[in-house]
Write a protein that binds this ligand. Structure first.
Ligand SMILES: [Zn+2]
Length: 194
């Protein structure tokens, strides 16, 4: 069996042993909030925001961006599962700051293999077997973190499916210190308006 698969299955056996009474947790998040954040492996929302099983929804994608699909999850989170406040958390040293949609489209057009990065930017080691499909996608890359958090809060708040009484707060997580730093312009844009 592949090493990682074995490790996951063995870790899960340990988890099951100490699962306790979590099987009786209700589906709706107990603390009635949702977090939208980046998939970055260094971020552990349960730890940095003090969550345990059953507390909150955590929606993750590349960048923690307010994509159509992130908004789909947030709307379900409120409409069907009762969350009443949302937190958008981007972070320092995000991979989404290291390329543009054009760069990603070009990289994929050359090859599907994992690219490398140096001080001049991303490049392909393999140059065959690519696809043009990536050129049709907005990869929602990030130029400026405070701006991206504020833009995403504004996009969420402006959705006709999002009621005005849900506050949306914006933060940047510092990957060097673990600190959450509120972006006041974002939280201001996310204030309740009902
Ligand atoms: Zn990231």
């Amino acid at each position: 069996m592949p090493k990682t698969k074995q490790e996951i299955e063995s870790a899960n056996k340990e988890y099951v042993k100490s699962f306790g009474n979590k099987g009786s947790l209700p589906m709706p998040p107990g603390r009635k909030f949702a977090v939208l954040t980046c998939m970055d492996a260094r971020l552990d929302p349960a730890k940095f925001a003090g969550l345990v099983e059953g507390d909150a929804h955590v929606i993750r994608n590349a960048g923690g961006r307010a994509s159509d699909d992130a908004i789909r999850s947030l709307v379900i989170s409120h409409k069907l599962l009762g969350t009443a406040e949302w937190y958008v958390i981007h972070h320092t040293d995000c991979g989404m700051e290291t390329f543009t949609s054009e760069v990603m489209g070009d990289l994929l057009s050359q090859s599907l293999a994992t690219s490398s990065v140096d001080e001049t930017g991303w490049f392909n080691n393999v140059k065959e077997g690519g696809t043009e499909e990536g050129k049709y996608i907005n990869w929602l890359t990030i130029e400026d973190l405070a701006h991206s958090v504020t833009q995403d809060v504004m996009r969420i708040k402006s959705s006709s499916m999002v009621p005005g009484d849900i506050p949306v707060y914006g933060y940047i997580y510092d990957t060097k210190s673990g600190e959450l730093i509120e972006v006041s312009a974002a939280s201001e844009a996310g204030r309740t308006n009902k």
